[in-house]
Design a protein around this ligand. Sequence first.
Ligand code: GLC
Length: 569
Amino acid sequence: MTSQDSDRDWWRTAVVYQVYPRSFADSDGDGIGDLRGLIQRLDHLERLGVDVVWLSPIYRSPQDDNGYDISDYQDIDPTFGTLADVDELIAAMHERGMRLMMDLVVNHTSDEHPWFVESRSSTDNPKRDWYWWRPPREGMAGGTPGAEPNNWESAFSGTVWEHDEASGEYYLHVFSRKQPDLNWENPEVREAVYAMMRWWLDRGVDGFRMDVINLISKDPALPDGIVHAGTYGDSSPYLINGPRIHEFLAEMHREVMQGRDRKILTVGETPGATVEDGLLYTDAARRELDMVFTFEHVGVDHAQTKWDLIPLQLTALKAVLGRWQVGLADVGWNSLYWNNHDQPRAVSRFGDDGAWRERSAKLLGTVLHLHRGTPYVYQGEELGMTNHPFGSIDEFRDIESLNHHAQAVGLGVDPDRVLESLRSRGRDNARTPMQWDASPHAGFTTGEPWLPVNPNHTEVNAEAATADEGSVFHHYRRLIELRHQEPVVALGDFTMLLPDDEAVYAFTRSLDDVELLVVANFSGEPVGADVDVAAWADAEVLLDNVGHAAAAWDGRLEPWQALVLRRTR
Ligand code: GLC
C-alpha cells in the first residue's frame, strides 16, 4: 500500500459529528444558530476528538423544511452567514485536522429555486422536464379530489401532487409541496448537480452526506401503488432504490469523486434499503458510496408508520444491527447511528432518561461505537441530551409533525394519542438548542431561541460535562480515542452473542490476536450475562460506565452497565 493509498483509508477509523446549524450556536442573537457560532465552538469538537463534521444544510432556502428545501445550492442562507464564513470554517477545521462533509439535497429543490421557477413558467420551458410534471388523471378535472396523477402519499402527509393552476398540470413532491422532486432521468439535471458538487469540492469540502439519495431514480411510469390501508397507495416499489439508482450513483462517482487529489467521503441516506441494497451501494469495487444510513434499526419500535409506537424489544434491535454487521462484513461498510436531526433523542428512546440518564447514555455510546463501521454522533448526544417535554401542538415547529397532526386529527384520531406519538418521535426533540451552559437559553443565544431550550439544561450542558471526568462527554471522548488507538475497534470482525437475551447486548470483536468483549445491560435491574466469564477472567477492562475498578469481571452487570474487556490470544 502506498502512502497515498493509506491516506485514502483514513476514514475507516473516523468518527463523524453532525451539526444541525440552526440549533448549534447563535453568534448574532437572532435566536437561530449560524456559521460564526459553529466556528466559535470548534474547540468543543476538537476536545471530543471527532474527525469529520457533517453539516446539515446552510444553503439559501425558504426554510420550509429547515434548509432541506434549497433555492440556491451555491450560496449561503443569510440566516447562517456567508460564503466567506464557510471558507473560514473549512480553514479552521482543516487547521485542526477535521474534515467537512456537506449535506447534499438533490432529490428535490425548493419551489423557489430558479430551476423550478423556470420549469413552472410554461409547459414548453426548456426546464419543464427537470421536474416531474403530469396531467390530471384521465377524464378528471385538475384540482378536483382524486384527479391526482397517482395515489402516492407524501412523507409529510397528504398527496405527493400539487396542482399548478396556470398550466393545469401537477408536479411531484415526495416531501413538502415546497420541495418539488428533480427529474434525474434528464441528463441536464444530473450534469447541473455534478457541476455544483465539483464547485464545493474545489472550495475545499471533503465529502457529502446525501439526503434521501436512494429516491432519485423513480419508475418514470409513476404507477399507482397498492392500497394496504387508508386512501394512499404504497409508492415504495416505484420510488425507493429505483431502476437506475446504481447507474446514477456510479456516474456521480465518476463525474465528481474520481480523480480528486484526496479521498472524498460519501454517505447516502437510504430509507428502505435492505442489507442487500446496502451491499450494492457500499461495495468499494462498485464505486458508488462509502456507506449508507440504514433505517431498519430505528424502525424496530414502531408498527406501520413511525407514529404507531410499539415497545422496544432488545432482541429485535440486535437482530437488525447484527444482520447489517454480518451482511457488510467482507464487502461494504456500515454507518452507525442512534441519533440525527430526524430521530428522537436516543437516551429517551432506547435508554432511561430519568434515574439512569448518564449511565444509559454512556451504555448506548459504548454499544454503538464498538460496532464495526463509522459512528455518527449527533450534537448533544455526547452530553446525553434528552427529548423535550413538549406540551400542546403549538410548541412544535417541524412541518412533518404539524402536517401529521392535522391529517390524523382530521381523520378522527384521538388528539391526545397523536400528541403522545409526536412527543415520543417528533423531530423537534432532536432540534432543541444545543445546551452549552446553565445560563438562560443554555448559552445557545442571547436572543429568543427559535425552539425552546430543554429545561434540564441547568444540569445537562457542555460546560458541566467537560468539567466532570465522569460525564457522558468524557465517556464519548474515550470511545473516540479508543477507536483511534485500537485497530480492532474499527476493523475487527464482529460476532453477536446472546441473540435471544432481552436485557443483555453482547458481542465480540477480533483482529489478529486481540479480542474484545462488549457486554451491556439494557435494563434498570441487575442481570447476569450468560457468556463464558472464565475465558475473560484475566482480561483488561478497557471501559466501564459504572466506574468500579472491576478486578476480574464475574459476569454480573449492574443496571445499565456496559463493559468493554480486552484480551490477547
Ligand atoms: C431527509 C432529511 C430530512 C428531510 C428530508 C427531505 O430525510 O434528513 O430532514 O426532511 O430528507 O429533505
